[in-house]
Design a protein around this ligand. Structure first.
Ligand SMILES: [Zn+2]
Length: 461
């Protein structure tokens, strides 16, 4: 007899299937999408949920999140971050090798992190490993233990135990990355002294000018050199400088091994509107002027970005220097993985972004980047039943009480946005019902190595 707990029918007039909205019924059985029926289909003995005109789409995959546990649990943690994710319709996230302590630069640290995440995952969670100048010999073992990519910085990361790497360091590990077909993720800023002297540390314009566009474009040039020379997968995280777009597009026309992401905060805020003494907006690279951000949007609308991610990177209010207002002393990082969908939709709508374009940037495309394209990112028979159900016309204000991250400090506070996540399913289980958490700890720890064997028809899970 079938276990009714694990079997449900979800119906909506607007299911996002094969890149279009159709009326369909999705039959979930034992964690998977068992069948998809066009139109409305009820079956005896199986619970049927009618979601009317709500959008039913694949769960959001956020490929760039900092959770900081173990070691910096006072900044963020698996429990709070994955609760925020679930509420925001994010069903899978991939966690960065910093700012946990220890940083994830060898297998021992990776195991510590996996252990720290146990019984705290409310959505699926995988991990990246990190490259620093001293761990090039650890990279192969890290890859074999299941990381989804290797992340490096080309400028100071903000965390002393995660120093930046040189081109030489990257070239040393390139053959290993190629052997396993694992992407190299790069924070592209290359520091030089061609910056104005700082007079007022509370002035946003001075902070902005302290991290100029050419830092990004010089680093991108280095990244592209490594990519081309070794024919490896290189991913540019959080592009902010529009001056880098042309060069990236040129290389992308020649290879599918170069990918690039940007984040909601670069698309939603403009430097002109950021008040002085408000380091809640501090991130690196910085949020630039409207003219620049218009070009990021133009690129997005012309398919210039492979996917979008939150770069959720919270810190305690004290570290964010919220009292002192000092942009230069403050931790750089924006907290907000819960709000990726409404932030992008609110601004995108004004700019002619269609849902048919937005949804793949949050689902199918990051799945492809992570090598999960045969199990996640689409509503398709046989795929994992990770599903986000939302109202694309419901307006709401982001208030403190509704924030699930550890710290409520986010520049999105008090914004009135449109697009509310109502229900979330993770691995076939409803974890959010009517915008409230329901079943906890239904997320799964994802290892790239397991996903690969899964793809080859030999599931370990
Ligand atoms: Zn980051």
């Amino acid at each position: 007899m079938r276990n009714k707990m694990n079997e449900i029918l979800i119906h909506s007039k607007r299911c996002f299937i094969n890149h279009q909205f159709i009326e369909a019924t999705i039959h979930i059985l034992n964690r998977k999408i068992f069948k998809i029926y066009v139109g409305e289909k009820k079956m005896d003995g199986i619970s049927f949920s009618d979601y009317g005109n709500l959008i039913v789409m694949p769960g959001i995959i956020d490929a760039h999140v900092h959770i900081n546990e173990p070691g910096r649990e006072d900044w963020e943690g698996f429990d709070t971050a994955t609760k925020a994710a679930a509420i925001g319709g994010v069903t899978t996230l991939i966690e960065m090798p910093l700012n946990a302590s220890p940083v994830t630069t060898n297998v021992d640290a990776f195991i510590l992190k996996q252990n720290a995440s146990r019984d705290k995952l409310h959505v699926n969670c995988g991990f990246y490993g990190g490259i620093i100048p001293t761990n090039t010999d650890d990279i192969e073992e890290l890859i074999k233990s299941g990381v989804f990519g290797i992340k490096g910085f080309l400028t100071h990361s903000g965390i002393d135990e995660f120093p930046n790497v040189s081109q030489e360091n990257l070239e040393k590990i390139a053959p290993i990355l190629k052997k396993y077909d694992i992407p190299l993720l790069l924070h592209c800023e290359l520091t030089d002294v061609e910056v104005p002297e700082v007079k007022n540390q509370k002035n946003y314009q001075e902070y902005l000018h302290s991290r100029p566009q050419h830092w990004e474009t010089n680093a991108i040039e280095l990244a592209l050199n490594v990519q081309e020379k070794h024919d490896i997968k290189v991913h540019i995280v959080h592009l902010s400088a529009s001056e880098g777009i042309e060069r990236i597009n040129k290389r992308k026309s020649l290879t599918d091994k170069l990918t690039v992401e940007t984040c909601p905060h670069y698309l939603y805020f403009n430097a002109e509107e950021i008040p002085d003494a408000s380091p809640i907006y501090k991130c690196a690279p910085p949020i630039r002027e409207q003219k620049n951000n218009d070009l990021l949007w133009e690129s997005l609308l012309n398919d210039g970005f492979n996917f979008l991610s939150s770069d959720h990177s919270p810190a305690p209010p004290k570290r964010k220097q919220l009292e002192s207002g000092d942009f230069f002393k403050a931790w750089g990082g924006i907290a907000g993985l819960q709000f990726t969908l409404p932030i992008l939709w609110t601004e995108g709508k004004k700019r002619g972004l269609e849902l048919e374009k937005l949804i793949p940037l949050l689902t199918e495309n990051p799945a492809k980047f992570l090598g999960l394209e045969n199990q996640k990112g689409k509503l398709q028979e046989g795929f994992d039943a990770d599903i986000t159900i939302w109202n694309d016309s419901q307006e709401f204000e982001i208030v403190e009480d509704s924030i699930y991250h550890k710290h409520k400090a986010t520049p999105y506070l008090n914004e009135v946005v449109v697009g509310k996540v109502i229900h979330t399913f993770v691995n076939g289980v409803q974890v959010v019902e009517n915008s409230e958490l329901k079943n906890l700890r239904k997320g799964e720890l994802l290892l790239k190595t397991n996903c690969l064997s899964h793809e080859s028809g030999n599931p370990k899970r």
